[in-house]
Ligand binder design. Sequence first.
Ligand SMILES: [Zn+2]
Length: 192
Amino acid sequence: MTSDEAMQMFLETGALLRGHFELRSGLHSDQYFQCALVLRYPRIAAQLCRALIERVREGLGGRLDVAGVMAPAMGGIIVGYEMARELGVVSLFAEKQEGKLALRRGFRIEPGASYLVAEDVITRGGRVQETVDIVEIRGGKVAAVAVLVDRSGGKTRFTHPVFNLLEMDPATYEPENCPLCRQGLPLDHPGS
Ligand SMILES: [Zn+2]
């Protein structure tokens, strides 16, 4: 699957909208993205995750040998689960506890084993880094980081190889400098 084909799936499922939007940050943007809207279709989610696995495997020189997939909740859970299903390994997730990600529910990282860290979307990558740290603090190794969508336009760097299916670099504007406002386009408030 090419990045263009993936983009088409995000557009067709309404996960990626184009227009004039007010984001939660208060900034205005020409696009709005909600990954859960593409992942609500299990067959499409499976196709996207399979394609992401292929990217990771190619990027690692044809080998992707991990004991499990580890994801930050909530956003990463579907992607991590679907990749784990495809790879035939365990699916683990870390979740918020007192403001920080923690491994709960009896999930274990096997010391010395390799894991793939999966996420749906990264913007600055903070949650992914926390997830990487959870694996490493317990003696596990991180083979790679896999994200469906990198919203940093490929600028986020980790100490481990990172692969994505799609890069987005949305234009954002302060409301007073927004060219879309100046054109008089009506403003949408999605997700509210
Ligand atoms: Zn505007």
